[in-house]
Design a protein around this ligand. Structure first.
Ligand SMILES: [Zn+2]
Ligand SMILES: [Zn+2]
Length: 212
């Protein structure tokens, strides 16, 4: 699997392009902004985008979904529990002082346990509510190694904030402990902002995940 992660938009959202370069098929996670740069990378790889998926629908993660959908014709998906958040994107944009995104045609295809195919690879949806009600992580197994795209649920040394619309601190801890810390220590974690980490690192060092 080919993976590249670009920090996009005014808040540096990590947008990832996952591709099967032999089959020339790809999935894009969290096109938060900088459409031209994402588009250029996709063209350079020569891939067809099979799906556009979102770890959650905070405005910084969906900023150029509509443009990408228009240029690729791909389905754009969220978890249905984040639909109310998608509907208040203008309010979110105003609060954060960033441009309002053009509305995209998003479906609710992200369901816990479902797998989306791209070429010979599969991306599994893991519903991890807490940062938002519809927050999801995406798990891809590649040559025996697990790679997790965690959005704003888990960061290196931190966890997602839960003081915004629908956030729930107990739920995010339950999600991380019950669904992420069950992965092997060497599972690589691409976070929603900032540096990547591993499950083992967070299990050992993340102060929010210490047992009380
Ligand atoms: Zn967020
Ligand atoms: Zn974010």
């Amino acid at each position: 699997m080919h993976v590249e992660t670009l920090a996009v938009g005014p808040l540096g959202c990590n947008c990832s392009i996952l591709a099967d370069l032999e089959a020339k098929r790809a999935i894009v996670i969290d096109p938060g902004g900088d459409f031209d740069e994402i588009h250029r990378r996709l063209q350079a790889l020569g891939v067809t985008v099979d799906a556009i998926v979102h770890t959650h629908t905070h405005v910084d993660h969906v900023g150029c979904t509509a443009e990408l959908q228009r240029s690729t014709g791909a389905a754009a998906s969220i978890h249905e529990a984040d639909r109310p958040l998608y509907e208040i994107l203008p309010v979110q944009a105003e609060l954060l002082g960033i441009d309002r995104p053009v509305p995209a045609d998003v479906d609710g295809a992200l369901v816990d346990g479902r797998a989306l195919r791209f070429g010979s690879l599969e991306l599994a949806v893991v519903h991890t509510p807490g940062h938002t009600p519809g927050s999801c992580c995406f798990l891809v197994r590649d040559g025996g190694k697990a790679r997790l795209f965690a959005g704003d649920t888990l960061f290196r040394g931190s966890i997602g904030r839960t003081d915004l619309w629908g956030g729930d601190h107990d739920a995010i801890l339950r999600s991380i402990r019950g669904k992420l810390l069950t992965l092997p220590d060497d599972a690589l974690v691409v976070t929603g902002h900032g540096p990547s980490t591993t499950i083992g690192n967070e299990r050992a060092r993340n102060p929010f995940l210490r047992e009380r």
